[in-house]
Structure formats: C-alpha cells, structure tokens
Design a protein around this ligand. Structure first.
Ligand SMILES: [Zn+2]
Ligand SMILES: [Zn+2]
Length: 298
C-alpha cells in the first residue's frame, strides 16, 4: 500500500484503489489545474550518442543490496479508472488542446522486491524506466503485459543511473525491446559498458517526458517528469517510506551534498505522483511530501 493521505483538501477525492494486484493499471491523477509546462527546447542536437568502452556495471557503490529479494514480485498496480476532475467541468471552448485519450499516460510498476522498475505507456507505446537487477527482464515484460503491451511496443528505455539494481537488466531488456532506444545520464555512461546508450544532460524530451538532471546519488543521475500528467520518476534521487519522501542513505551517494541540492531542486517541481527506485509510489500530492523533505534539510 502506498499509504498516502490527502492532506490539502484537494478536490481530487476519488476513491482510489491502491495495491499491487495483478492486471491493473495506474493512471496518474491530474491536478485540478492541469499544467502545460512543456519543455521549451527539445534540442535534438544536445543528445549525444555514446558508445562506451566495456566496463562492469557497478552496483550501488557502497553496498546497496543488489540481490533479488526472495519476496520479489512482479506487481501490476491498480487500475485507477478515475475521471479527470477537469473532465467533469463543462467545456465551452471549441478548441481542445488536450492530448487524445489514447495519449493519456498510464504506468505500471515492476516491484522487484528491493527495487522497482516502471513502465510508462501512451496508447500502444511504452517507455521503460530502469531495469532492475540482472534477471528482471521477464518481470518487466509482465508489467508491460498488464498495460496491454509487449517488448516490441517499447520505444525508449531510460536508466535513471548506472547502479546495478537499476541497470542490471539493460542487456536483456534491450535484447527484447528491439525497437527501443536507450538513454542514461551522460556522466553515468562510463559504467554502462559497450552499449549504444544516448547520453542525457537534462532538459531533453523523451516520450513526452522531460529529463531532469538530478546528480548526487551518481554524477549523471536523471529523473524524468511528465508535466501534464503530474508524474515524476525520481530513481534514487529520493526514496519513499511510510507515505513520505526521504533522502536516500548517504553511503550510496557519490556526493551527498549534491544529492541534497537535488532534493531541493526537485522540490521546485509540480507533480502528483512520485515513483522511486526504493519505496512505494506516492500517488497524491507527492510534491508536497518532497517539499517537506526539502524544508527539513534547512
Ligand atoms: Zn543507486
Ligand atoms: Zn538503487
């Protein structure tokens, strides 16, 4: 259970079925006021193709557990077939700039035990964010299936960073996702051996998601955000616990001071849903929970 409680009296008050039941799909909750803060600059020219020399994937450097948990499950999160609060508002304008319903973002979680990977989908296309430990490709495939998709529908695979519990199944995932392009933070590429991975520096757009540089846990750590859907995938930039947002353990960080600056920077963003590598998703007012953490850092 994600254990999130609405604290702001938001008008988005639908009954919401949490859980890890199989065969269900999450839809991010749009805020009452939808934001259309798109990236100003996609800048294809800023995306560099990097083919790096062989190296061994590093696990989270100082002992972050990397073994698959015996309790690992391939969860398929809930369907939240809720109505957009805005949709119930009579619309008089003939101009509707909202994306078609088939483009609505939905997501699924591959709960791999200690760590999670995520599938983000629009229509019949998908992006995988993180790949879990080695041996996680089948579980991610099951999550794709819960969204009605399979590996051939995957257009992008984004690694939030190069630790083995996030990048451990990149080879198997890319072998299955034959149509996909892979991405990771440019500063993390040196540990992502011998693969065609597009380097990100932040600000690029992938699958309608903005790449957000979020260094500290690793130098090239990337988060991705869908501003319209109000969904942030933060990798290991933050963790969640008991419905709140917490800083990841210092010992896993390359630079903890930088990681805390990243927390403050991410707290400037507006989103409802937060998906992290370690901890359950927060699906309501997650940005408020992140601000609480940022404020606690002084
Ligand atoms: Zn990590
Ligand atoms: Zn991790």
């Amino acid at each position: 259970m994600c254990g999130v409680h609405s604290v702001d009296g938001s008008p988005i008050g639908h009954e919401h079925e949490h859980g890890h039941d199989h065969g269900k799909i999450f839809y991010p909750r749009a805020r009452a006021k939808s934001r259309r803060a798109f990236l100003g600059e996609v800048g294809k020219g800023t995306v560099a193709l990097a083919v790096v020399s062989p190296a061994v994937l590093s696990a989270c450097s100082s002992g972050e557990p990397t073994g698959a948990s015996p309790g690992a499950t391939t969860s398929a999160p809930s369907t939240v077939a809720e109505s957009d609060p805005a949709a119930s508002t009579p619309t008089t304008s003939a101009v509707d700039s909202e994306p078609a319903a088939t483009d609505e973002l939905r997501w699924g979680r591959a709960n791999l035990g200690f760590v999670s990977a995520y599938v983000l989908a629009r229509g019949n296309k998908a992006t995988i964010v993180d790949t879990g430990n080695p041996g996680s490709a089948d579980a991610i495939g099951e999550t794709l299936a819960t969204l009605g998709l399979n590996y051939s529908d995957v257009e992008h695979v984004v690694l939030t960073h190069n630790h083995g519990d996030h990048a451990g199944s990149i080879d198997a995932v890319l072998a299955a996702a034959i149509n996909a392009t892979a991405y990771a933070g440019e500063a993390d590429l040196s540990d992502l051996s011998n693969r065609d991975i597009v380097g990100l520096t932040g600000g690029e757009e992938v699958f309608g998601l903005e790449a957000v540089a979020s260094p500290g846990h690793t130098p090239g750590h990337m988060s991705v955000i869908d501003h319209d859907a109000g969904l942030l995938v933060a990798g290991d930039a933050v963790w969640t616990e008991n419905g709140g947002v917490i800083a990841g353990p210092d010992r896993f960080n390359t630079d903890t001071a930088e990681a805390l600056e990243t927390v403050k920077a991410l707290a400037q963003l507006s989103f409802n849903t937060l998906l992290v590598g370690h901890g359950d998703p927060i699906e309501m007012n997650a940005d408020t929970a992140l601000v609480d953490l940022a404020d606690s850092l002084g």
